[in-house]
Design a protein around this ligand. Sequence first.
Ligand SMILES: C[S@@+](CC[C@H](N)C(=O)[O-])C[C@H]1O[C@@H](n2cnc3c(N)ncnc32)[C@H](O)[C@@H]1O
Length: 267
Amino acid sequence: METGQPSRTAYSAARYRAAHQFLELGAIFKDPLAPRILGASAEELQKDAPRRAMRVFIAARHRFAEDALAAAVRRGIRTVVVLGAGLDTFAYRNPFDGVRVIEVDHPDTQAWKRERLATTGIEIPPTVSYAGVDFEKESLADRLELDGPAFFVWLGVVPYLTREGFDETLGFVAGTPGNEVVLDYAQSPERMSPERRAQLEARAERVARIGEPWLTYFEPAEIAGELTGLGFTEIEDLGPAQLAAHFFGRSDVPADTPGGHLLRAVR
Ligand SMILES: C[S@@+](CC[C@H](N)C(=O)[O-])C[C@H]1O[C@@H](n2cnc3c(N)ncnc32)[C@H](O)[C@@H]1O
């Protein structure tokens, strides 16, 4: 991220979610606050519609996370931590009584988000609190005091961290038995078909040009090994084939197609 500037990829992820509300009528992920926090009209969002594959992946990752979160709340979780929250709106739509939400983000992005909330008149419920943290420079252990297991939503962030920043943050999540995390990660382009590889590299170049390069990729076995080593037990990892089957009932994507993954793990 560029110093003193809010994350530009946070803006584009929010646009994908907002556009999904109109272009697919929120079929995968309903988020009425997504267009509102941007202050963008349906017309603007549809006219300048970002790419469908990425839009649908982003909708799917939030649906997957919020479904898992609802199940965790049914099991008794009372704290949700949104890591690298960007313009995520769960905290302002939180339907669960007695569940608090802590948004953690780079201070520059968080300040911009709070301006957007004020400008667009989105109410901040008393259940919401904020921690401005740079994952590369600070440990969550010094900033968050949690009084029991928590559910961590960590979407669209892992590729932008160094491996050290990722390990430090994951180490905190692993610190309390009962903690649960949903994150997404990207596989390295090396194993991809030329077409997929070109798409991924083009996107990587775009984000690098705006000062937010992708720094960390994982292979499924590698991240599973890291999670297991930290004591995570239940691990669910959906790659392109499983995502196509889960969200679209498609069985035609070969099982080991490399790409973006969604992962849920319980410590
Ligand atoms: C692509 S955005 C995703 C935002 C949001 N989670 C979403 O899905 O829309 C990346 C987010 O990671 C945050 N981020 C990137 N590097 C960070 C760091 N070193 N410390 C804290 N946050 C960071 C950015 O501020 C931004 O909010």
